[in-house]
Design a protein around this ligand. Sequence first.
Ligand code: FAD
Ligand code: SF4
Length: 457
Amino acid sequence: MKARVKMRNLDRETRQTNFLEVACGYNDQEAHDEAMRCLECKNPRCVEACPVHINIPKFIKHIKDENKEEAYFSLYEDNILPAICGRVCPQEKQCEGACIVGIKNEPVSIGALERFLGDFALETGLKKEMNIKENNIKVAIVGSGPAGLSNAASMRRLGYDVTVYEALHKFGGVLQYGIPDFRLPKEIVVTEVSKLKDMGVKFVKNAIIGKSITIDQLRDEENYQAIFIGSGAGLPSSLNLKGENFSGVFYANEFLTRVNLMKSRQFPHYKTPVRIGDNVCVVGGGNVAMDAARTAKRLGAKNVFILYRRDMDSLPARREEVEHAIEEGIDFRLLKNPVEFIGENYLLKQVKVEIMELGESDASGRRRPVGTNKFEIMDIDSCIISIGQKPNPILKNHTKGLETDKWGRITTKNYMTSIKGVFAGGDVVSGAATVILAMGAGKDASIEMDKFIKLTK
Ligand code: FAD
Ligand code: SF4
């Protein structure tokens, strides 16, 4: 078996001060060579492990046959955002984690091949012709993240008159405001959204459902026959520590939104500066924490520390992101847990951290971090807290009868919420998860919405 074809990356020096994409993708030859490593298994474990069950051996076979168009069309059947998923999905825990080749060698680089096809379609303007039979029935979607976009595409394919309402001034949800350009260039998100526009999906920006217009109004006054809520989990969790309100303490979502969406990184061209100083600590070990740390470095911070209360093996972030963070000089301070922020005149100056050790395994199977009662003080100029997100309560607070659980997640049965005809999926139901799971929920919910509309007509 030949070795896996490694994806080329921008060298470390080039990427220190800019937001250019780090991973460069495969060229035709590299993609072909990598595709040739696939064994075209009769019972492909990769397909089973993919949350949306993409027919992986089928699209890889077309790459082997040098038929990129067919390969793309085959992939697009199951996934409307291949250029995005190929870049951000945690493949090592999903398809690639299950790939049979991975038992003795490195698994087939399924994500890189998916990205290769997605990019090919974007570069060449390749589009699947769709024969949409209009039924003139209106459906509304709240939120333009992966859940909303995937629901919009599926409903439109079924012939519905689809309108997506988005609170922000740009579409794409976390893909647009959260994940930085060095991992996912924004032109890709814009082009993928424009493909949906070409299919006839309507998009309304700056519309906060619950405030600008309510769910009741959408249904009763605007005549939407079904509504899908894909409003995500945009509300950051706090540490609830002394000093957390000092200037210099940020939450990752706020920080990344200011840099990505409000373009603070282009200050003074955009008048939205974000002051982080020389020494930045990021609390957390997930993808969001890696994005925040690598972004802080690119904004000019001299030292960026990741404070994580477990060890390196327990980091929940994608392996590739951790590797890139290490290459870029991010300093991992493991088994450290912040307990207090110390400041002067409301300005953050230091963080007090407790040194942790690993105890017994908890319900997640990971060893529980246990405090040692030993402490350290670190001098810092800013801290970015990245310990998780939950759904924003605006929608719940302004929608009578919409039930949620104790974490504020909308509760559903077969994707229908406690309100008849109102469906939900993605992070707003599952809590912060992944792009592909949100897309899967949006797609599956469309089947239930279609059934509901047909039954009530
Ligand atoms: P979102 O993407 O959050 O989209 C929800 C949209 O709804 C937003 O645009 C929001 O503005 C809008 N909205 C909210 N309320 C309203 C309202 N009342 N009215 C109108 N619109 C509203 N996952 C991965 O798989 N791989 C990664 O590498 C990865 N990296 C991540 C990095 C960061 C920084 C973050 C924050 C998340 C990351 N994730 C990653 C997680 C992934 O992005 C989410 O699981 C996914 O985006 C959830 O999709 P969604 O459609 O449910 O919600
Ligand atoms: Fe190919 Fe691996 Fe999937 Fe088998 S499990 S079909 S080798 S990608």
